[in-house]
Structure formats: C-alpha cells, structure tokens
Design a protein around this ligand. Structure first.
Ligand SMILES: Nc1ncnc2c1ncn2[C@@H]1O[C@H](COP(=O)(O)OP(=O)(O)OP(=O)(O)O)[C@@H](O)[C@H]1O
Length: 969
C-alpha cells in the first residue's frame, strides 16, 4: 500500500475533474484529501482509495498555483514530498514544491501509458471516442432527460418539461387539466434535473393515496428509485445507520403530507433535508386565508422556503378559492405575487395584454392600441429599445423576430401568471374522446325515511350541504339499530345492481362521497346479486388500496367494479375503464372534474359513459340539473365552473335545502348560471386563459421537440454503440424478438460492469413503442442508468485511451505517421456554481502528421474506422519505441492546437452564461420596479454567480483524454 503523507498531491481516478488534490490528514484507516479546484474534501479508506500519486518527471512542464510554468530538469524528494527543479518561462532556474502546484493541473495519462507499452485494442479507442461524443452531445442536448423516459412523446408535455427543466431552480405550478399528464411532466423535469446534476436531492410530498402510484410511475417510466418514508422507515434508518436525520440518508424521498403534519420532529428533519427540488401533488389542498392558513399550506410553505426548486401540481388550482390559489403562487414566487388585491385587479386587464401577445406572436402590425398597451406595461429595462427595433424599417427580420419574442416573454412574465403557472387544456391539446351523459331519474315517491330527513332540513342552514346530496348519510346518522338499512330503501342500489349486470363484462368505476357508503354499497351488491366489487377508501391501508386498484385493473381475473370513496377521485389512473357511475354528486364543480378525470385521461380510447342515478325531486335532482343544464360540466371540462359556483353558491345551497320551492326556482337559477358561465368563459378566453395558453404551449416548438425525439429514436447510433459496449464488456446478447434482445453476463464480464445486469440476464429494447407495450422489458436509451454508468465507467477509467492502428487511405501518403488525439476542455469549479451547466466537458479532436501539420479534415474519424487494419501489440510497441522522441514532440504540438481551440469554445460558453444569468438579473431588476419586495441581495446572488462562472470558465483546462497512433500503408 502507498504511504500517504500530508501535503502530497494525488488525483482521484473516479473524479478526474476535481483536479489535483492535497492530502490533508492521515488517520489510522482513512485519509482526507482537499480538492481546491472544486472546493471539495473527500475522506477515503486507505486500503481502497481510488487515488493516484502525482509525480512528474524531468522533461514535463508544470504550472504553479500562481500561474507560472516550470520545465522540470530534476526531481528531489524529502520525507515523502517532492520538489521540482527546472527552468521557468524566463529561462531562470527555479524550484517548485509539490504543494505549490496548480490545483487545476490535469494529467496526460494516455501518454504515460503509451510509453509504458500499455496499448489498448483499437475498437476500445473507438468505444471511448463514441462515449465522449455521446456524453458531449447529451450534455448539450436540449432534450436531455426527455429522451429516456418510457413515455410517448406528447408535444404539450415535452414543451412544459423542456421549458421548466432548463431553468435554474424552477418554481412552478403545473396545472394542466385533469389527466393530461402532470405526473409525467414532473417526472420529465426531475429526470432532466437529476441527469444534468442541477438537482441531486428530491422530496415528493403527496396524499397517502397516491404514494405507491408515484413510486411505481417513477421507476417504471423514469428509472428513478424513490424511497417511501414513514415512521417505521425512519426508525429503521436511525437504528441501523445511526443517522440522526433519516431524510439525509436518501437522495430521492417520497412521503405523505399527513406523516409530516402528524410528526413535528420528522417535519423538522425534512426541513433540514437540504433538498434541491420539492414536488407537491394535489396542491389544491393547500388552503389559505389571511386569518387561517391551513396546516398543509404552512408545512409546504416552510419546505418551499428551504428549497430552491418547487413543483406544485394540481388540475384544479382554484378548487379551494382564489385566495388559496394566489397564496400558492406567492409561495412559488413571492416577488412576482406580493399583493392579492393587485393580482385580482391585474386579472381584469389581461385582455389587452393577450391581444398584444397575440399580435406579436402572429407577426401582425401593431395597432395604436397595442402600442399603447406595450408602452404602458413594458416601460422599463430594454423594452423601449426592443420596441424600436421591432418598428424600425432598418432592423433585419432576425432582429425583429428576436425583439418580438423578447417582448412576448417580458409581457408574459410581468403580467398574468407568467412563468409560474402552466396549464394545458383539452381544448388546446385536442384528440380526447367524448364524454356521454346517461341520466337515470329514479321515480317518486322518495323513500319515506329519506323524505323525512330532507324535510327536517328545509329552512335550516345545514353547515355541510354536501350531506343533502348523500341522503343515506343523513338517514344513517339518525337511524336506530331497529331501522331498516339504507341499502334496503334506496332505489339507487337496485338500479346499480341492474346496471352492472347489463354492462357486464365492462369495467365500471363507482364513486361516492363517503367510505361508509362505499362499503355498504359493496355489501349490498354482494348479498343482493352476488357481485364482488372491490372497494377503495381512506379506511384501508395503502397496500390494501393498491391491491384493490390492481385487482380492478386486472382484465383476466379482476373485479368488474371498483367502488371508491372521494379519495379515489384524485390522481388515480383508471382509464382502462370507460364507465363511471356517480352514485352521488359533489357540491364543487372542480371535484366533479376530478372524478371524471379518473377515466378521461391520456390513454382513454373509448367514449366515456357517465352514469348519474338521482332521486327525483331531491337535492340530487337539483344538483345534476345545475351541473348539466347550467354548466354542461358532465360532457365538457368546465374551467369557469368554480368561479360560477362561488357566485351562485348561496342560491344553489338554498335550492338544495328547499326541495319543493327549490325545484320551482331551479329554472331561474339555471338560467343565471348558464349566463354567468357564458360570460366568465368568454372573459377567461379573452384574457387569463389566452395568456395561460400562450405560456403553456407554443405548438410549433412543442411539435418540433416531438419530431426531435422521434428522429433520435429512429437513429441507429445507440444500437451500434451497444454492440461495441457489450463486446468490450463481455456481455452476451441474443435476439429475443425482432425488436428486443436478451443480454446476460458472459464469462469474461467484470462483476458490476453493467449495474443491474444479473446472472439471469434481462430483455432489453431500444424501441419506444415496444417498451411502452412491454412493461417487462427494459427500455434502453442513452439515458438509461445502466448505459450512463457504463459510459461514466469508460471515461473515468483508462479503457481505450491509447491505441495504434494502420490505415490505408488514398489521400494520405503511405508511411505517414499521425496522431489522433482527443482532448477534453473542462472547467473544475465548485459544484455550487454548476459551471458544468455552461461548459460541459467538450471534446477537441486533433489529428496531426509527423511534420506537425493539422490533418483533421484530411483524415476524418470515420475514414480511419472504415479503412483501418489491426496492428499487433508487439509491432505497436516497436513503433512507439522507434518514434518516441518524434511522438513526444508531436504530442506537445498537438496540445498547442487543442489549446488554440479552447478560447472559442469558452467564449461560446460565456455568451450562453451571460444570456442566462443576465436574463435573470434583468428580469429581477424589472420586477423590482413593479414590486419593491424584490430584494437587492437576490439580484446580487445572480451577479455573483455570473462572476464566479466566468472565473471558472477562465480557468478551464484542456486535458488529453485519449490518443491513437496511426501509420498509413
Ligand atoms: N407521455 C405519456 N406516455 C404514456 N402515458 C402517459 C403519458 N402521459 C400521460 N400518460 C398516462 O396518462 C395518465 C394520466 O397522466 P398523469 O397521471 O400524469 O396525469 P395528471 O395530469 O397528473 O392527472 P391528475 O390530474 O388526475 O392528477 C397516466 O396513466 C399516465 O401514465
């Protein structure tokens, strides 16, 4: 074992980008190394530390931490530490202790290997080359994270994911209508942020009923393995690992909001979890009012204050009122949303802004009204300049188009819900199946006990009017043990039994408000007609609920019917069924939409049959009529439904109470409702919703993203790469079906080379459609963890970094000696700065001939591969020995060429950095004018970030990663 001494310089074999480390302390079993370049400290077990001692030799040139260079002539050692002696750039003799070496130094290890006779087979060089190319392509790709998910490329989802995932610490409310794929969008965003290392630690907070569905969706679609946290899990972690904060023991955590609420110490630990991203599903439950923020809101508010990125998901953002909606927006962007009154007031004036956005987007001439809207709303920053550019006859088309886009973005950001709220609607996305309403009036007389209960409430203001819609609950609450069971008197039970029989074998989802009713209905079906219905309600454990949902989903042996209480009306995927029975109706139109949304979601291919039984001349009759005739809410989504409800709520509730008179007043109530609905819809469509639509999906960009995904899916590069990879790693593969392959470890395969590949093997496919219809196959893409860790394994090892080949290529004279070198331009800044975002490792390929002439274009990489011939290792070594001094000179020359290319790449990275960070600085500065709450420090944060990244780009270094010697024949 190597002896470690404080002050020695070592590099990490697995994290080369950290540059040169310095041994800080040496303990009995461990050593601690500081990597100044990235500001990171690592502690390793001495026995297994993946470190290589850095020792330079005479002839090498090294750089000091002050930036001057030394060409080494002699190396002196004293007590395990080296001093390099040689000539500095002025030709004066100088000495440099190893502790003073620049921390940004990288090693030319391929050269050292080559001169030591460690030559790899040429196809390994090729594998390395392809790996570097693909890694670089992926880190620059705007589709990163969106390619490898087992999902269909659906334009509006790709648009949102692309738009949000590329932001720094995104904070958004994903509010697509029910079933349009918010979970998928959130998954795509997470996938992107995790792959690009913008986020490492993610906490997802959910209602308990959705925990398993999320857990499964994240693995199945995104290969993201979340850990489900509950009290038992936390205790187990504390006991087994001694971790004082169990939330710190995992990177990806999923937990129930109630669990945090019921356990203040766990909440405190979650708050100290240092998350990069927080995701909260069904966020409409976060109710807020100035007097009484709800418990759930307060919890999420605290978590959001501690977390940079926040995704809130809800299909019905205004379900619990506008104030709560506003409070959630404020939690996401307190600068933009600081006054509720102003927010409401602004909403009244969205129509002219929407008109201006429309004109700008459609390249229409700007009328004087639009001009004055623009002048009024964008009178700050560079907007005046942008307007001038737009209107000037001298500006080019490209300049005008850029000005137009910038103005649209500024308008959308500063007015309306801007970049924070994204909502796609069925109307905009299109292609959804129809909904068809079937009403079943159950004739009079009302069951006498029900009539008695309902009469009791005539004239009284029942605090929970929802109960009027579930008379069985009112009745049961007042019945005695001798009373008849409600199922014996309620005609909906007999109706349901008949209905289910006539629909058999079609799957039917039944939703009712309460768990008690759900259980009673299931019993009545079993006893009355032998139908075994599954149930799904809050009294069941998560596992029992998931089992019931899976049993319902099972086509072969599963149940025909699932009876859900209201918790089954949120988030769950039941689109394999197309019959929905609303055993009762909710009072709130958003809740009705959530219920129908279980079936009306992506993946539904049939017309959705909605069955509504109701007791004639009862509150149920009023309610169904109000929904259907007033709002048309069964057969269409109803975005303005909640606002209408708020305005007529008192009259509606009165009508529910006053059965006879209520029915008399019903036509007037419906007429008012319908008129209000028409007007509100119109206003929304002209103002708020139009702005939202522009913001949430620009069809040409969305379709472009879809086309790009499909084009990459059609490429053969991945299949070719896999062949090379499996060959190099010793993986056996055989055709499984025409679109899939069975792979298993061969005898030569090193253990763990392909993480996840066990002895039994696995069936893989690179075809998206095959993967979507075969859950048991692994969908292999460039982003699959098995492939990305294999790629990382290649680039962080020495595999294939030296080779020798001969080439017969007409345009190069036979007998020419060339070197093809692959350099990596890397910046080693602290991970906090995320400089890799702006400058991911970039390959620079240099081919020079024995005269030092650049031959990149004469000998393209593909030409070498197409014309190469194998050189035996012994011969290769002889060539290297024979030409050692020429090769050394060429390598030096080649590096100069590579370094000459670096400034251009760095300049491009700098431009991109400036665009991104300047944009953020300008936005905050502009918002500060509208809103004094934007703090100066926030702007300074981005300014410092910009300065830091620029400095990191400045110190980016070129490192030789691999080289191949070529002899032409
Ligand atoms: N791109 C896609 N490819 C394949 N399946 C998809 C895709 N998008 C959505 N789905 C499927 O459509 C259904 C609805 O998606 P999802 O659950 O993400 O919607 P949602 O908007 O979160 O719904 P809700 O409003 O009910 O919470 C799910 O079964 C999901 O798996």
């Amino acid at each position: 074992m190597q002896e470690y001494i404080p002050g020695q310089r070592w590099i990490s074999d697995t994290e080369l980008q950290m540059g040169l480390g310095t041994v800080l302390t040496v303990e009995f079993r461990t050593i601690t190394v500081l990597f100044i370049a990235t500001g990171e400290t690592r502690t390793y077990a001495k026995q297994t530390a993946p470190l290589t001692r850095v020792i330079f030799a005479p002839g090498d040139t090294v750089e000091s931490h002050e930036g001057w260079k030394l060409r080494i002539t002699a190396v002196e050692e004293y007590e395990g530490l080296f001093t390099y002696v040689g000539l500095n750039e002025q030709g004066d003799e100088a000495g440099l202790e190893e502790g003073q070496l620049s921390s940004f130094l990288q090693l030319n290890r391929p050269t050292q290997r080559m001169f030591n006779g460690q030559i790899d087979r040429d196809h390994l060089f090729e594998l390395r080359y392809q790996t570097l190319q693909q890694q670089n392509r992926l880190s620059h790709s705007e589709l990163r994270g969106l390619l490898g998910a087992r999902t269909s490329p659906i334009p509006h989802q790709l648009y949102i994911a692309h738009e949000v995932a590329n932001r720094y610490a995104p904070r958004v409310l994903l509010a697509d209508e029910v079933g349009l794929g918010k979970t998928i969008e959130a998954g795509l965003i997470l996938h992107h942020q995790l792959l690009s290392e913008r986020a490492r630690r993610v906490l997802i907070v959910l209602p308990e009923s959705l925990m398993h569905q999320w857990l499964v969706e994240m693995v199945r679609r995104f290969n993201l393995r979340f850990s489900l946290f509950d009290e038992a899990r936390c205790l187990a972690i504390e006991e087994s690992s001694g971790q004082s904060n169990p939330f710190q023991s995992e990177q990806l955590v999923l937990c129930d909001l109630n669990f945090l609420a019921d356990n203040p110490n766990r909440l405190q630990q979650a708050l100290e979890g240092e998350w990069d991203l927080l995701v909260v599903d069904e966020a409409h439950h976060l109710e807020w009012s100035p007097q009484q923020p709800s418990r759930d809101y307060t919890i999420v508010e605290q978590l959001a204050a501690e977390t940079k990125g926040v995704l809130l998901l809800t299909a019905t953002p205004e379900q619990l009122g506008k104030e709560s909606h506003f409070a959630r927006l404020r939690l996401l962007d307190p600068d933009r949303f600081h006054s509720f009154e102003q927010f409401v007031e602004e909403e009244q004036h969205y129509a002219p802004i929407a008109t201006a956005v429309e004109a700008l987007l459609n390249n229409q001439p700007l009328t004087s009204e639009i001009e004055s809207t623009l002048a009024e709303h964008l009178d700050e920053g560079d907007n005046r300049q942008l307007l001038t550019t737009l209107q000037s006859a001298e500006s080019s088309e490209a300049e005008q188009s850029a000005a137009r886009t910038a103005l649209v973005e500024h308008l959308l950001d500063r007015h309306g819900t801007g970049r924070v709220l994204l909502r796609n609607t069925r109307a905009a996305v299109k292609g959804f199946p129809e909904r068809h309403l079937n009403r079943y009036p159950l004739p009079l007389p009302l069951p006498q006990p029900y009539a008695a209960c309902l009469e009791q409430f005539q004239g009284s203001g029942l605090s929970e009017p929802q109960l009027l819609l579930s008379p069985e609950l009112l009745y049961s609450a007042s019945s005695t043990p001798d009373s008849q069971h409600w199922c014996e008197i309620d005609p909906r039970i007999e109706w349901l039994q008949k209905q289910l029989k006539s629909l058999k074998p079609e799957k039917v989802l039944v939703i009712t408000a309460s768990a008690d009713s759900a259980l009673d209905i299931a019993d009545a079906l079993r006893i009355g007609s032998g139908i075994h219905a599954g149930v799904f309600h809050e009294g069941m454990s998560i596992i029992e609920r998931d089992r019931a949902a899976a049993y319902f989903a099972d086509n072969e042996a599963g149940s025909q019917v699932l009876i859900c209480s209201e918790i089954g009306s949120e988030g769950r995927n039941f689109q394999f069924a197309h019959h929905l029975v609303l055993f009762d109706l909710p009072l709130n139109p958003d809740l009705l939409e959530q219920r129908i949304g279980r079936l009306d979601r992506i993946g539904q291919h049939e017309t959705i049959e909605i069955h509504v039984p109701y007791l004639e001349q009862s509150p149920q009759a009023v309610m169904q009529s109000w929904y259907h005739e007033g709002l048309g809410a069964f057969e269409q989504t109803c975005p303005a439904g909640h606002s209408v409800f708020v305005q007529v709520e008192t009259t509606l509730v009165e009508a529910l109470h006053q059965i006879d008179e209520g029915l008399e007043d019903l036509p007037a109530l419906i007429a008012t409702t319908s008129e209000l609905h028409r007007r509100l819809n119109e206003a929304l469509q002209q103002g708020r919703d139009r702005l939202l639509e522009y913001n949430s999906c620009r069809p040409h960009i969305a379709n472009g993203l879809k086309d790009q995904v499909e084009a990459i899916d059609d490429e053969t590069a991945l299949d070719l790469y896999l062949d090379g990879l499996f060959d190099a790693f010793g993986v056996e593969s055989e055709l499984h079906t025409s679109m899939s392959t069975l792979i298993r470890p061969g005898q030569q395969m090193q253990a763990g080379a392909l993480p996840g590949l066990t002895d039994e093997g696995m069936v893989i496919t690179t075809d998206r459609d095959t993967a979507l219809s075969n859950e048991d196959m692994q969908f292999i893409s460039w982003e699959h963890p098995m492939i990305s860790s294999a790629m990382e394994g290649i680039t962080s090892s020495e595999l294939g970094n030296t080779s020798v080949t001969s080439v017969n290529y007409p345009s190069i004279t036979a007998g020419t000696l060339l070197i093809e070198s692959l350099y990596l331009l890397e910046s080693s800044a602290s991970s906090e700065l995320q400089a890799g975002r702006y400058l991911p490792p970039t390959t620079i390929r240099i081919v020079i001939d024995q005269h030092g002439k650049l031959r990149n274009d004469d000998l393209p990489h593909e030409a070498i591969n197409d014309n190469r011939e194998r050189v035996k290792r012994g011969t290769a070594n002889q060539i290297i020995k024979a030409y050692k001094s020429e090769l050394e000179a060429l390598i030096e020359q080649s590096e100069k060429y590579a370094e000459a290319e670096a400034p251009q790449i760095i300049a491009e990275a700098r431009t991109q950095t400036e665009q991104m960070l300047h944009g953020e600085i300008e936005r905050l500065t502009a918002l500060q004018q509208v809103n004094p709450n934007v703090r100066r420090e926030e702007i300074e944060f981005f300014e410092q970030q910009l300065a830091g990244v620029n400095a990191a780009l400045e110190s980016a270094t070129v490192r030789l990663d691999a080289q191949r010697i070529i002899i032409t024949t």
